[in-house]
Write a protein that binds this ligand. Structure first.
Ligand code: ATP
Ligand code: MG
Length: 590
């Protein structure tokens, strides 16, 4: 195939688009791959579409390779199946809803568990039909709160979603493992650095769940890895190993003390060390129990105030909290709310008003480190006063625990002895999880087992984002001057530049383009005449980022050579015109 720059539907831009926050977004727009249509919604131009299709092709091959079969659902979906699983409500503002002319409700599919479950229910009825894996590569719609970074977080985006159907748990394990292996092959071929981490299963429900994250500083996800064992998890999914309860028989009785002007943890710790020094060591922020109020906004629109108790040396991590509570959202607890609860004394809130049979009726959830027998300094619910030696399990009982405290570098690994956690950022590229029977139960998907008994089918769900992958690969490979595609996903194999207007140059370039093409090589051929200087052509080639750049120019007349340049390393060699086609074919097929 030959794509001619003289007629290709592309305009490269020298200026960065004003709304682009990350380098991949800037360069994909400047190099003429995508155009913005609306916030989080993009048009694919020919070059961009080629990269997207290549990524989809890799995913398709690997899915077909594990025996999954491709089908395609509509994006415009009826409300009823999503009502049956409660997701019509749970998605809240997160989906696009619309009505037809008769007033019936529809949505644009954010993900298709319901539709897959129902189609299997329609067609299959026996264990003999299973296992089954089916998938689609299709456009999804989510009204994301913060569409961001171009294709990385779109409101319209492409997803490959597959689903497995098995008659028992062992079958589900095998289907999950097959998908996991296929994902490893996909991500190896896509050519970026990734990690597989434990994940929460979010709005989907279900149990075992892992994410494939591309390592990237611009990523919105934070994950941790253990320095000693193979533990790796999205911070949202980290479960702190709770300490063993401590004996408190000898603990002194809790005593309220005057601690004027100590509304912050720092001022409190200073005051304690000044007025109530410990004998063994100084007080630290970790000795205090701080209580943070938040508002849970449930999917049905109701709001619930919740207090979160955590060691004073840690902050509440909003993403972690939301990850635990999904689909519930978390909002700040504002002044108006404090007015409704006069017993909450800002800066001095303690388990007194929050603990068991509390006066406020506010649910009190604590960090898992606050186990029975641990001793705390915390608010006395009176302005300028704190309680010392307050013992968990003796002096207060929370309503439950929650993983909401920030995870920090150096925290102990929850999976091994002696390992510590270190964090990094990544972009979620794929997510696989064992849904179990949640959807089959809700939509009544059952088959007859070997004994003629009806059993509920168990399911897995496996997503990967080809459009996000375009941006993530660009982000991971670009340099100061432009994009830099790995060979497997590049929009062409070779960028051939005719540098100069000399007839010999043009004739040689034309011949090379045809010979490469007849060898099955995809050529992006810069055949532009007129005012386009060689310098402009070189700049465009660097910006567009095809992995091999071939320049037919001055060398041809001088000594019969042509320049072959590697876009990523910049390394270049002079190859004789007679050998250049063979040389490039070898490079591309290597
Ligand atoms: P995120 O946490 O980034 O919002 P998610 O957990 O909601 O993603 P899934 O429902 O697991 O995403 O979707 C499967 C895959 O679809 C993701 O791994 C990602 O590759 C892709 N994806 C999800 N949301 C978007 C989006 N807004 N834009 C582009 N790709 C997306
Ligand atoms: Mg996910």
């Amino acid at each position: 195939m030959i794509l001619r720059m003289s007629s290709l539907f592309v305009r490269t831009l020298r200026e960065d688009p004003a709304d682009a926050e990350v380098p991949s977004h800037r360069l994909l727009v400047r190099a003429g791959y995508i155009r913005r249509a609306a916030p989080g919604i993009y048009t694919w131009l020919p070059l961009g579409l080629k990269v997207l299709r290549k990524i989809e092709g890799i995913i398709r091959e690997e899915m077909d390779g594990i025996g999954a079969q491709e089908l395609s659902f509509p994006a415009l979906l009826p409300k009823e199946p999503y009502e049956a699983t409660n997701r019509w409500t749970e998605y809240g503002d997160g989906i696009f809803r619309l009505k037809d002319r008769k007033g019936a409700d529809y949505l644009l599919g954010p993900t298709h568990e319901e539709m897959f479950t129902l189609v299997v229910k329609d067609l299959y009825s026996s264990y003999k039909d299973l296992p089954l894996s089916i998938y689609q590569i299709q456009t999804k719609y989510r009204d994301e709160a913060r569409p961001r970074a171009g294709l990385l977080r779109g409101r319209e985006f492409v997803m490959k979603d597959s689903y497995s159907f098995d008659v028992d748990d062992a079958g589900l394990d095998a289907s999950y493992q097959a998908h996991r292996d296929a994902y490893i092959r996909i991500f190896d071929r896509l050519g970026f650095e990734y990690v597989i981490v434990k994940a929460t299963s979010g709005a989907m429900g279900g149990s075992k769940s892992e994410e494939f994250l591309a390592k990237a500083a611009v990523g919105e996800d934070t994950y941790v890895r253990c320095t000693k064992c193979d533990y790796a998890a999205n911070v949202e999914a980290v479960q702190v190993a709770p300490p063993t309860p401590v004996a408190y028989d000898d603990a002194p009785a809790a005593h309220a003390e005057q601690t004027p002007d100590t509304p912050t943890i720092e001022s409190l710790v200073d005051h304690l060390n000044d007025k109530f020094p410990r004998e063994d060591r100084p007080w630290t922020a970790g000795d205090t129990l701080k209580n943070v109020l938040v508002m849970f906004k449930h999917p049905d629109g109701t709001r619930e105030p919740v207090a979160i108790g955590l060691p004073g040396d840690r902050e509440v991590d909003q993403k972690r909290l939301e990850g635990q509570m999904e689909p519930t959202e978390v909002e700040p607890f504002d002044e108006a709310e404090f007015k409704k609860h006069p017993s909450l004394v800002k800066g001095y809130i303690g388990p007194g008003v929050l603990g068991e049979k509390n006066a406020t009726g506010i649910r009190y959830l604590v960090d898992p480190r606050i186990v029975e027998g641990t001793r705390w300094v915390t608010g006395a619910d009176v302005d300028g006063s704190h309680v010392i030696d307050l013992v968990a399990g003796r002096d207060f009982t929370p309503d439950g625990t929650i993983e909401a405290a920030e995870v920090r570098d150096g925290d102990p690994c929850p999976n091994c002895d002696g390992g510590v956690l270190e964090s990094a950022r990544g972009i979620e590229m794929g997510h696989i999880f064992q849904l179990g029977r949640k959807y089959a139960d809700a939509l009544d998907l059952k088959v007859l087992d070997e004994n003629g008994k009806l059993v509920t089918v168990t399911m897995g769900s496996y997503g990967v984002g080809p459009s996000r992958a375009v941006a993530a690969i660009a982000e991971g490979t670009l340099d100061e001057v432009g994009l830099c595609w790995p060979r497997e996903v590049a929009p062409a194999d070779v960028h051939l530049v005719a540098a100069g207007k000399d007839e010999h140059v043009l004739a040689a370039a034309e011949r090379i383009a045809h010979e490469l093409s007849s060898n099955g090589i995809d050529v992006l051929y810069d055949d532009r005449l007129g005012k386009i200087s060689p310098g402009v052509k070189f700049k465009d080639a660097e910006l567009i980022g095809v992995p091999t750049i071939v320049v037919v120019g001055k060398g041809l007349a001088a000594d019969g050579t042509i320049e072959v340049k590697d876009r990523a390393s910049g390394a270049s060699e002079q190859v004789h015109a007679d050998q250049v086609v063979d040389h490039v074919v070898r490079l591309v097929r290597a």
